[in-house]
Design a protein around this ligand. Structure first.
Ligand SMILES: [Zn+2]
Length: 140
């Protein structure tokens, strides 16, 4: 195998933010991606959420990025993070590219709390981040 995977690197892709939710499944199945960054447009499809949950595919959420780049999510109340977590998707918070869209982890946690997540759901975000941290897990 050649390319990044052949050199021992793990694959993540931005999918389901600028493009359609179908890009999420395509990234996993066609490109062998192990981790999705964003995936929020995939939340429109309950079957896709179930598919992500069954496979325990990590999905990194950056609320600031989604608010900026997805017109349907300009109102934070419309963000699908609560629905994604309740469907069992292993979401964690991330900062995407803070050089392009200003945010930090503290602002992401505040934004997530403002969505009305329960304490258990907030804890699941932290648990998922820890469990799915590639650099941490490869060092253990
Ligand atoms: Zn992004």
């Amino acid at each position: 195998m050649t390319g990044a995977r052949g050199r021992g690197l793990r694959l993540a892709a931005h999918a389901g933010e600028n493009g359609p939710g179908s890009n999420v499944r395509e990234a996993v199945e066609a490109a062998g991606v192990e981790r999705i960054i964003h995936g929020v447009r995939g939340a429109e499809d309950p079957a896709l959420l179930a598919w992500l949950a069954e496979r325990a595919i990590p999905v990194d959420i950056c609320l600031a990025s989604n608010r900026t780049l997805v017109p349907e999510l300009a109102d934070p109340a419309d963000h699908p993070l609560p629905r994604m977590l309740r469907a069992g998707v292993r979401c964690a918070l991330g900062t995407d590219d803070p050089g392009v869209i200003p945010c930090d982890l503290a602002s992401e946690w505040s934004a997530a709390r403002a969505l009305g997540l329960t304490d258990a759901e907030m804890a699941s975000l932290a648990e998922n981040a820890f469990r799915d941290a590639w650099s941490l897990n490869s060092a253990l």
